[in-house]
Design a protein around this ligand. Structure first.
Ligand code: 7RM
Length: 661
């Protein structure tokens, strides 16, 4: 295409966002990280990195203090490796000495309206009992335990119970099928499974134990024990010698349990993520480096104080639930709200009812949820008191400026800073984010790397792109919470993250860094659309579509085109109350809006109005399915992570109806 070789792999950027939101003086004044502290942290990270990282990890309680900070580099950096600690002790025991002893660790609400509170002292007893049960059943340090549970307090207890005895937990999201569960149990070689008789979801009951029975009947010889939490009271059968009720087992063991000191580099958990192709990847995180970074980033980014009520809406089946529901907040002794169910059950104001009732101060959710709230309209949040909120966070996808503004003005009443946090399952914790008392935010940008984190944008040959150009986002220096591997597949770990570009961690995201150092994530590089040699990220085109007042959500993909190689195909859902008197006029407006904001080459060759978009169960749009649909191909690859199969079916039917768009 006559492009400079040095720019090969660059992604073009057209987004212009002018608005600036400086931190309010009131927030800055009380913030854990104020400008002076930020300057100190960044200087220390740059000038004496070992001292900086030792300070980060020094916030934890170590059984044997580490002397060594970092050894080695990508892909095998080891952190704090001669230190020992226990993650459950850090998240529970160390809060028992002072006033946090009787503070609520967990506030829980079930979808059916059940409620529970666990203080740190009560959490300690539950975790110790569960740990004793596992230990009594012969579960040892290093053994794998699969958790397949609804979002109930026992899920947190079970994670920490594993951590207490050094067993490696692998949480499988409760929405996964028996087949997906079996695959993960087998890959991990789990010796025990902790599940429930069921969980509530949109009024229905998810048959968790029945799925476990199916999974185990299809060959998981490693599993010796199944513990079953009673949640719904649904009838079920217990397999003699294998299955036991959780509450009965816990009642029979002592209420204290000696924790096992772990080496910092010992694995804490495995979490499976679905790759686009092939087997799911069991991402392995270690104990010391992981816990140190999630605790530090929870303090810096969410600014948690003892009087906060913190709610991260992620399920514990995802990394966000591990790092920012469980390990980070509990390491800080915070009060964490857990909600079992769907955000629109029984009504679309459920989330706001919870915020008001529990006086939530810090709320962390995903763009997909924010866009759903927008679609449902402002009347739902308006019915509830949201004055307790002081900080809002987002994670999971690029947030389009339209959704950012709505979150800011409607949910936060313009009062709350927004932290747009960029990170991945593999990174363990947040790497790019505003510091709410320091950073001036710009809607759509995750702003700058946190202290200690170094990024670059490179082309496919690993050369730095020109300032402001889009390219591959890489992390150039090791940090402690990087995954230590893919369970049982070293080669795939090296191949995926460390082989295409030497000496750095490859994130797989496209991004650009502007003149002020702000990072703009443009989507996964696998999703980049190549129109006549111009490489377009998905995020900006989608953002242009969502900026139209009628649009709730949009996804764009590349589709084969005989002249331009690829062309843009768009899938668009409209807001709940939108009437479309003239469909062609609307499509024209949408198309014009893309041309106006991005340029003529991004003009969609087709726009499909649809009721829903195919998403993963953690809310990410599955563009590869849309790519197949737009190209008129059979949908290929793994669809087990699809949140709602019906969406795909409806889209397929729509594609088959001629002239449907
Ligand atoms: C935490 C999580 C990781 C991928 C990542 C990005 C996308 C996440 C943001 C984002 C733009 C953000 N882990 N992503 N956060 N893109 N801005 N703030 O989501 O492993 O499930 O996904 O998610 O593409 O690579 S994950």
């Amino acid at each position: 295409m006559g492009k400079d070789a040095a720019q090969e792999g660059a992604i073009e950027s057209h987004l212009q966002e002018q608005r600036r939101f400086p931190p309010s003086a009131a927030f800055a004044q009380r913030a854990a990280v104020d400008p002076a502290q930020e300057t100190r942290l960044r200087r220390r990270a740059a000038e004496e990195p070992d001292a900086f990282w030792a300070e980060v990890a020094g916030q934890l309680q170590w059984d044997r203090p580490f002397r060594r900070v970092r050894e080695g580099t990508f892909p095998d950096a080891r952190w704090f490796a001669d230190g020992t600690l226990n993650a459950a002790v850090n998240c529970v025991d160390r809060h028992l000495q002072g006033p946090r002893r009787n503070k609520a660790a967990i506030l829980w609400e079930g979808e059916d309206g059940s409620r529970a509170t666990l203080t740190y002292l009560q959490l300690h007893e539950q975790v110790s009992r569960a740990a004793n049960v596992l230990r009594e059943r012969g579960v040892d340090a290093g053994d794998r335990v699969v958790l397949y549970l609804p979002l109930i307090p026992e899920a947190v207890v079970a994670m920490l119970a594993c951590a207490r005895i050094g067993a490696i937990h692998s949480v499988v999201f409760g929405g996964f099928s028996a087949t997906a569960l079996r695959e993960r149990i087998a890959d991990a070689g789990a010796v025990a499974v902790i599940t429930a008789d069921g969980g509530y979801r949109r009024g229905g009951v998810v048959p968790l134990k029945a799925n476990v029975d199916v999974a185990l009947s299809e060959g998981c010889p490693s599993v010796r024990d199944v513990l079953v939490v009673r949640r719904t009271g649904a009838p079920l059968s217990l397999v003699e010698g294998r299955d036991r009720w959780w509450h009965e087992a816990l009642a029979e063991v002592p209420r204290t349990c000696q924790p096992v000191s772990r080496n910092a580099e010992d694995p804490l958990f495995i979490l499976y993520t679905s790759g686009t192709t092939g087997r799911p990847k069991g991402i392995v995180h270690c104990t010391g480096g992981y816990l140190a970074w999630v605790a530090a980033t929870t303090a810096w980014v969410f600014d948690l104080r003892d009087d906060d009520t913190y709610w991260c809406t992620a399920d514990i089946g995802w990394i966000t639930g591990h790092s920012y529901v469980v390990y980070g907040p509990l390491a800080l002794g915070a009060t964490v709200l857990l909600y079992e169910g769907a955000p629109d059950f029984p009504d679309r104001d459920r989330v706001w009812g919870l915020v008001a009732r529990h006086q939530v101060t810090v709320l962390y959710t995903a763009p997909t949820a924010i866009r759903a709230f927008m679609k449902w309209g402002p009347a739902h949040p308006a019915r509830h008191d949201r004055s307790s909120l002081r900080l809002l966070g987002t994670v999971g996808e690029p947030i389009n400026p339209e959704a950012w503004s709505w979150y800011h003005s409607v949910i936060g009443n313009g009062r709350c800073p927004i932290v747009d946090t960029w990170w991945q399952t593999e990174t363990g914790g947040i790497l790019i984010s505003p510091l709410p008392g320091v950073t001036t935010t710009v809607p759509g940008s995750a702003t700058t790397p946190l202290p200690g984190i170094s990024t670059a944008i490179v082309d496919s040959a690993g050369r730095d792109v020109q300032q402001g150009e889009g390219g591959l986002l890489v992390i150039t220096q090791p940090w402690p919470s990087l995954a230590r591997g893919i369970w049982g597949d070293r080669e795939r770990f090296l191949q995926t993250y460390f082989s295409r570009i030497r000496g750095v961690y490859l994130t797989g995201d496209g991004a650009r860094i502007d003149a002020e150092g702000y990072h703009w994530v443009m989507g996964r590089v696998d999703d980049v659309i190549n129109v006549s040699g111009h490489r377009l990220g998905t995020a900006e085109i989608e953002s242009a579509l969502v900026a139209h007042p009628s649009v709730a959500e949009a996804a764009v993909v590349g589709t084969p085109h005989e002249l331009t190689g690829e062309a843009v195909a768009a899938f668009v859902t409209l807001k709940a109350d939108v009437e479309v008197p003239d469909r062609d006029a609307l499509l024209q407006e949408l198309s014009d809006q893309v041309v106006h904001q991005i340029g003529a080459l991004a003009r969609p060759c087709e726009i499909h109005l649809t009721e829903g978009l195919p998403k993963t169960r953690s809310g990410k749009i599955m563009r590869r399915l849309l790519r197949d649909l737009a190209a008129g191909r059979q949908v290929q690859g793994d669809t087990s992570t699809l949140e709602d199969r019906a969406v795909l079916e409806r889209l397929r039917e729509q594609e088959e109806r001629p002239g449907s768009d």
